[in-house]
Design a protein around this ligand. Structure first.
Ligand SMILES: Nc1ncnc2c1ncn2[C@@H]1O[C@H](COP(=O)(O)OP(=O)(O)OP(=O)(O)O)[C@@H](O)[C@H]1O
Ligand SMILES: [Mg+2]
Length: 278
């Protein structure tokens, strides 16, 4: 198998990378892919905390130090996907060789349909490694001016290290079209999706679950689900009635009511951009 590798990056910290990485992992798992999420924020490993999971036999830092095999550092997360958890000791940081991610990614491509690499804030050496090796770089930004400026700079840097930037994910969007328009103008990359501000996001982190598991019908969960399916080239599950006709209980039946509001014929991108991009 040769799986696909996504890197989730941003110019500014605290804009929603980890939330995006976790929930895209959950969405792609819902789409029946085998998924592993790599917590590549080497200085400040945080996926383990957000998903409330402990490292297994080894940590990503052990793997990057050449002391363990990639698959030894993989544990199961709530949401039907696996996670490679980083170490949290300060000594771990010194031991880990960031460029070891290349080998790790090669191993994970053999085992999983999808590898999602969550990175730290900004573009340090640590983050340029995943940008260079990913098939798809997803840039995450909030709609605020400063974050967008940093995102535009990250885009340039990603290009310089040969990163394949697939596009921008706009998070914590307040509901105004103006926000989205400003982002489309500020960043010269396709807008892949917008995720609304949703108070259930911090609640899901407190519960140690992806939002897609904690509150699967919430607006941000639906947006991450749509984005996850679309990145895989599939239509998001708009209705589950097809499954019902066969007399089967569909695992996604709970979303059908919410999803009914979504016009089927229009693509996500064209809805977000008023047809400007797709
Ligand atoms: N759609 C959303 N609605 C509300 N809050 C959100 C949303 N997305 C993220 N947050 C909150 O924003 C904060 C930062 O999110 P997150 O940890 O995902 O960012 P990050 O880019 O990974 O940060 P860092 O650069 O520190 O790793 C968290 O407290 C999270 O709960
Ligand atoms: Mg993070």
């Amino acid at each position: 198998m040769t799986g696909r590798v996504f890197a989730v990056a941003s110019g500014k910290g605290g804009v929603g990378k980890t939330t995006t990485a976790v929930n895209l992992a959950a969405a792609m798992a819902e789409a029946d892919r085998s998924v592993v999420l790599v917590d590549y924020d080497l200085g400040m490993a945080n996926v383990g905390a957000v998903l409330d999971i402990e490292p297994g036999a080894a940590t990503l830092h052990d793997v990057l130090a050449g002391e363990a095999d990639a698959l030894d550092a993989v544990v199961e997360a709530p949401g039907e996907f696996d996670v490679m958890v980083g170490g949290t000791n300060i000594e771990d940081f010194g031991r880990a060789d960031p460029s070891g991610l290349r080998e790790v990614a090669a191993d994970l491509r053999e085992e999983y349909d999808v590898t999602i690499v969550d990175t730290g804030g900004g573009l340090s050496h640590d983050t340029t490694v995943p940008l260079g090796l990913a098939d798809d770089v997803l840039l995450v930004s909030t709609p605020q001016g400063a974050a967008l400026e940093n995102t535009a700079k990250s885009l340039e840097l990603a290009d310089r290290v040969g990163g394949d930037v697939t596009g921008l994910v706009l998070t914590r969007v307040g509901g105004g079209d103006a926000d989205v328009e400003a982002a489309v103008e500020a960043v010269d990359a396709p807008l892949l999706g917008t995720i609304p501000e949703d108070g259930a996001v911090p609640d899901s982190e407190a519960a140690g679950e992806p939002l897609l598991v904690y509150a699967p019908e919430n607006p941000a969960a639906q947006s991450y689900r749509e984005l996850g399916y679309e990145l895989l080239g599939e239509s998001p599950p708009v209705s589950f009635r097809d499954g019902d006709e066969d007399g089967e209980v569909s695992p996604g039946a709970a979303f059908a009511e919410v999803a009914d509001d979504v016009p089927e014929e229009e693509s996500l991108l064209s809805r977000l951009t008023g047809g400007r991009l797709g």
